[in-house]
Structure formats: C-alpha cells, structure tokens
Design a protein around this ligand. Structure first.
Ligand code: NAP
Length: 277
C-alpha cells in the first residue's frame, strides 16, 4: 500500500522521503517511481534507511528527514507487520507493539514540530495519516502485560492491541493538536483501508495461514487508495477534516464504541504518564 501511495503522490508532484529497512528493495521502488514521474527530474522520491523495529534507527531517519525537508505537509505511517511467532526487537519490545504502534507514535512526535511549522495557515494544513485496521475492534490493551509475556501471545492479539493503541494515540494527539491549534493546522486521522491483497500476512504460520488464503480475493491497494482522499496533495479533497477520525474503507461501517473508547483513553493516558514518570 505504501508503494501505491508514493506512486500517486509522486504523480501529483510531491517530493517524498520513503522509509525502508531494505536498501535494495526500497531503492528499486525509488528508481521505478522516479522514472515514472518524469516531470520531477527523477527527484520525486528519496530513500531514507529505517528499521521501524529499532528506535535508534527511527530517530536517525527522523533527523535525516528534518535535515532534508524544510517543510513537511504529509506523514503517512503506513508500514505494518504481522508475525506467526512472538518476536522481540533489539530494544526488548514485542515486535508488533514496537512496529505497529510505538514506531509511528515515535516518528510522528519526532516530526511534529516541522509539521506544525509547515501548517501555519488553513491554506497550508499538514496531515498525519495512521494506517489502522478493523482488528482494533477486537483489541484489548493489556495494561499490566503490554508485551504479552504472561497472558499468552497470538498474532491477532498482538496486532489488534497495537492497532487499538495506535487509534487511541491518534485521538489523543488530535485532541492535543486541537487545543494547541492557534498557530498551526495539523490534522491527524486513522485510516482503516479494508481488506487489501498485500504481503501483510506473508509471515503467518500454522492455522493462521488459512486466514491469508482468501486475501487473493481482496482489493488491490490502488483500488483502496483512490477514493480515500488521504493521498490528495497538497490538500485532501474529500475527507472530513475532523480530528482523530477513524475513517474506514470497509464495505460496511464499523460502529465506533465511543464510551468504551473514552474510558480506555483515560486509562491509556494514565498508563502513558505513569510510564513517562
Ligand atoms: N492488507 C490489509 O488487508 C490491511 C488491512 C487493514 C490494515 N492494514 C494496514 O495497512 C498498512 C499497510 O499494510 P500492507 O497491506 O501494505 O502490508 P505489506 O504489503 O506487508 O506492507 C507492509 C510494509 O511495511 C514494511 N515494514 C514492516 N516491518 C518494517 C520494519 N521493521 N521497518 C520498516 N518497514 C517495515 C514492509 O517492509 P518490507 O518489505 O521490508 O518487509 C512493507 O513495505 C499496515 O499498517 C497494515 O497494518 C492492511
């Protein structure tokens, strides 16, 4: 999905910093899109090395971006993963929690000041788009066992916890941005793309592989990005500009469990400040 978004943005004339952990793989995409977006003199997409499972790597990537980009109009936190077994990052974090939640949270915060500086008027609003998932609906935040060491780990449990946390942070950040919004126009939204035929389920094993079987019947990334409006550039055309929205591209709407979410948000806020202390 990331590649499709970059392709679309490059065609619209954007200059893009594409993060990737594999130089070879990401450079192939950079080359392909730069050749396609000829009007940009092959300068549309730039590769920034980043392993989202490593917080040092995220910090380095953010500093490269800040050095190269005097303004940032749009940050799409698209990368995500699923794993068939419990993995731990070199920072000692459960992999799904680290990549699907902490990484976009950290990157957004490291780039937030530049997004704010780049959006001093309504005519130049900036956006963060966090790729969410319908699985957040089944997620629980295991406050006393975030790393799922004691309560049992599973692919869906870790993924849905991380995506739920991402949605809560989206809302929390949106609320904070709204209350500090007199000098900037940064909008943050979560986007659930629906079912996409991608590589997301490639690392599943055992019975969970069965879940991946129907994915060949899912939509192609291009079909899903087109109508979202999130990738319009420089400004989105058709998304509600309310803050912290969970916009869904599912064929049916997912009811947002507002009260439940609000309680959870309060609890999550307390958890975060406890951890920060
Ligand atoms: N596909 C769906 O049906 C679906 C549904 C709901 C939500 N989503 C969300 O949509 C987003 C895009 O997923 P997708 O379907 O496009 O999946 P995908 O084809 O598997 O792409 C995921 C991308 O994330 C990158 N990535 C994974 N771990 C990384 C790491 N540690 N550091 C840097 N990059 C890393 C992968 O890079 P490599 O190529 O190096 O592995 C890959 O480019 C994800 O956030 C996913 O949770 C997808």
């Amino acid at each position: 999905m990331g590649k499709t978004a970059v392709e679309k943005l490059a065609k619209l004339g954007a200059r893009i910093m594409l993060l990737g952990r594999s130089k070879e793989k990401t450079m192939a995409v950079v080359k392909e899109i730069n050749e396609m977006a000829q009007h940009t003199d092959g300068d549309a997409v730039h590769y920034v090395p980043c392993d989202l499972a490593c917080q040092k790597s995220i910090r380095t990537a953010a500093s490269i971006i800040l050095e190269k980009c005097s303004r940032i109009d749009l940050l799409i936190n698209c990368a995500g993963m699923n794993s068939g077994i419990r993995k731990v990052t070199e920072d000692g974090l459960e992999m799904s929690w680290a990549v699907n939640h902490l990484a976009p949270f950290l990157l957004s915060n490291l780039l937030l000041d530049r997004l704010k500086e780049s959006s001093s008027s309504m005519a130049s609003s900036a956006r963060i788009v966090n790729l969410s998932s319908a699985s957040e609906k089944y997620g629980h935040i295991h406050f006393e066992d975030i790393q799922l060491e004691k309560s049992g780990w599973s692919t869906i449990k870790s993924y849905s916890q991380a995506k739920l946390a991402m949605n809560m942070c989206t809302r929390k950040m949106a609320k904070e941005l709204l209350s500090s919004g007199s000098t900037h126009n940064v909008f943050v939204n979560a986007l659930n793309p629906g079912f996409i035929n991608s590589n997301l389920l490639r690392d599943l094993s055992g019975w969970e592989m069965i879940v991946g079987v129907p994915s060949c019947y899912f939509s192609a990334p291009r079909q899903r990005w087109e109508p979202t409006g999130f990738c319009e550039w420089p400004y989105p055309t058709n998304i509600p500009m309310s803050l912290g929205n969970l916009c869904t591209k599912m064929p049916f709407a997912i009811p947002t469990r507002k009260l439940w979410m609000m309680n959870l948000l309060r609890k999550f806020g307390r958890y975060q400040s406890r951890k920060l202390d």
